[in-house]
Design a binder for this molecule. Structure first.
Ligand SMILES: [Zn+2]
Length: 170
């Protein structure tokens, strides 16, 4: 798909999983958090692109192909589809799910190294089905692994595959 600066919005047809109602949703093809000040918070709160089915009231969580371009963080995310876009000096990433998109925004908001986190995540994935990054700083990274909270201490000082996982009791 080509990145067209004039093509700002597209129409998507969604299907309600509960009652099969078809809903038309308009979505932006270029997301700019530097202009839309509420965008990041919506993505982090998981309210971005959510619709309520007019027939049965079910929540419909959707994600449509778009480009997310954060000039301040020099971050360019291809959402759902790889766009033909050239931007030098940007971190270019690709995500296909809402969860991965939200996680990536969070990592950059916290000023962390996403490649390091993805590496540790891959190690954790060997033992767990669902692994999500939740929070962290330079000293500790917090993941949710199959509903359990696990912390990886001193991520930068250890080889990622030797990262110590400690189960945190709540
Ligand atoms: Zn419905």
């Amino acid at each position: 798909m080509f990145y067209n600066k004039r093509m700002r919005q597209v129409w998507n047809t969604l299907t309600c999983l509960q009652c099969k109602e078809k809903i038309i949703q308009v979505s932006d093809t270029i997301l700019n958090p530097n202009i839309d000040s509420k965008l990041k918070q919506k993505i982090l709160d998981d309210t971005w692109m959510n619709t309520i089915c007019p027939r049965c009231g079910a929540l419909i969580r959707s994600i449509a192909p778009c480009i997310y371009k954060d000039h301040e963080k020099k971050l360019l995310i291809h959402v759902k589809r790889k766009f033909d876009v050239q931007e030098s000096g940007y971190h270019q990433r690709f995500v296909s799910t809402k969860e991965a998109f939200r996680e990536l925004i969070l990592i950059y908001e916290l000023g962390l190294d996403d490649q390091q986190i993805m590496y540790i995540r891959k190690i954790l994935k060997k033992r767990h089905q669902k692994v999500f990054f939740i929070h962290g700083d330079d000293e500790i990274l917090v993941f949710e692994c199959d509903g359990e909270i696990k912390m990886v201490k001193n991520p930068a000082q250890k080889l990622p595959d030797r990262g110590e996982c400690i189960t945190y009791e709540i």
